[in-house]
Design a protein around this ligand. Structure first.
Ligand SMILES: NC(=O)c1ccc[n+]([C@@H]2O[C@H](COP(=O)([O-])OP(=O)(O)OC[C@H]3O[C@@H](n4cnc5c(N)ncnc54)[C@H](OP(=O)(O)O)[C@@H]3O)[C@@H](O)[C@H]2O)c1
Length: 246
C-alpha cells in the first residue's frame, strides 16, 4: 500500500519537525524527495534518507521569495525531469492578541503559510498539467478549523489554505491533479517539547485519544494522499488531530 516508487516529491519546510518526517516517510515509500528549507538546513534530512537507502536532494528555498521558489523548483525539475507530489508544509507562528499584533507579524505569517503555498503551487502546476497527473498537499492546522485566541494571523493563514485547496481542486481535477489539505492537531515537535509537562498534560487532556500526535501520524496521512490509493480524493481536509476537533 502507498507505494510511491518512481514518484518525485517536493516537500517544503523539510529541515525539521513535521516536514522532516514527511520527507522521510515519502522516501521510505519509494519516492525521490526534494527536501526544501532555507540555506542548507535540509542537508540532515537528506543524509538521514540516504542512510536509510532512500533518494533525496536538498534544496535551498525561501518560500516567501518568489525568485527563490521559482529557481528552486526549476533546478529540481531540470535534474529530476518531473514533479509528482508537492507538500506545502513550511510554516511559522507569530502569536499575539489582536490588539497588540504588529502588522509585520500578520504579514510574515500570511506570507510563509499562505502566499508561499500559492507560489509553490504555481511553480509546480505547469509540469503537473503536462504530465496530466499530480498531488498537491497543503499542511494546515486544527487552529484553522476551530480558531485560537492569540493566533488570528495563524488561523487566517491556515483557514485560507482550505479555500485555496478547494478552489485549486476544482480548477485542476480535469488534468488528473488532486489537491487536498492535512490539518494536524497538537503534534509532538520541538515546539511542544519546549513546554512544561503540566501544560503538555493539559493539552493532551483536550484530545479524545489522550495524547499529542506524532510527526509520523501526520506523515502517514500525507503518504496516503500522495498515493494511488487516494486517486479519487480531492478538495478534502484530512484532520489528524486525535479527535480534538470533529
Ligand atoms: N507542530 C504542530 O503542533 C503543528 C500543528 C498543526 C500544524 N502544524 C503545521 O505544520 C507545519 C510544520 O510545523 P512544524 O511544527 O514541523 O514546524 P517547525 O518545526 O517550526 O519547522 C518549520 C519548517 O518550515 C520551514 N520554514 C519556515 N519559514 C520558511 C521560509 N521562509 N522558507 C522556507 N522554509 C521555511 C523551516 O525551515 P528552516 O530550517 O529554513 O527554518 C522548517 O523546516 C507548519 O505549516 C505548521 O503550521 C504544526
Amino acid at each position: 500500500m502507498f507505494d510511491l516508487s518512481g514518484q518525485v516529491a517536493l516537500v517544503t519546510g523539510a529541515s525539521r519537525g513535521i516536514g522532516r518526517a514527511i520527507a522521510l516517510a515519502l522516501a521510505r515509500q519509494g519516492a525521490l524527495v526534494g527536501a526544501a528549507a532555507r540555506d542548507d538546513h535540509a542537508a540532515g534530512t537528506v543524509s538521514e534518507i540516504a542512510s536509510a537507502g532512500g533518494r533525496a536532494e536538498a534544496l535551498s528555498v525561501d518560500v516567501t521569495m518568489p525568485d527563490s521558489v521559482e529557481r528552486g523548483v526549476r533546478m529540481f525539475l531540470d535534474r529530476q525531469g518531473r514533479i509528482d507530489v508537492l507538500v506545502s508544509n513550511a510554516g511559522i507562528a507569530r502569536d499575539q492578541l489582536l490588539l497588540r499584533m504588529k502588522r509585520e507579524d500578520w504579514d510574515a505569517v500570511i506570507a510563509t503559510n499562505l502566499t508561499a503555498t500559492f507560489l509553490c503551487t504555481q511553480a509546480v502546476l505547469r509540469p503537473m498539467i503536462k504530465q496530466r497527473s499530480g498531488r498537491i498537499i497543503c499542511i494546515s492546522s486544527v487552529v484553522g478549523q476551530m480558531g485560537n485566541a492569540g493566533q488570528a494571523n495563524y488561523a487566517a493563514s491556515k483557514a485560507g489554505l482550505v479555500g485555496f485547496a478547494k478552489s485549486m481542486a476544482r480548477e485542476v481535477a480535469s488534468r488528473g491533479i488532486t489537491v487536498n489539505v492535512v490539518a494536524p492537531g497538537l503534534i509532538d515537535t520541538d515546539l511542544t517539547r519546549a513546554l512544561d509537562a503540566a501544560t503538555r498534560d493539559q493539552w493532551a487532556a483536550q484530545v479524545p485519544l489522550g495524547r499529542l500526535g506524532s510527526t509520523a501520524d501526520v506523515a502517514a496521512a500525507v503518504c496516503f494522499l500522495a498515493s494511488e490509493e487516494a486517486a479519487y480524493i480531492t478538495g478534502q481536509v484530512l484532520a489528524v488531530n486525535g479527535g480534538m476537533y470533529m
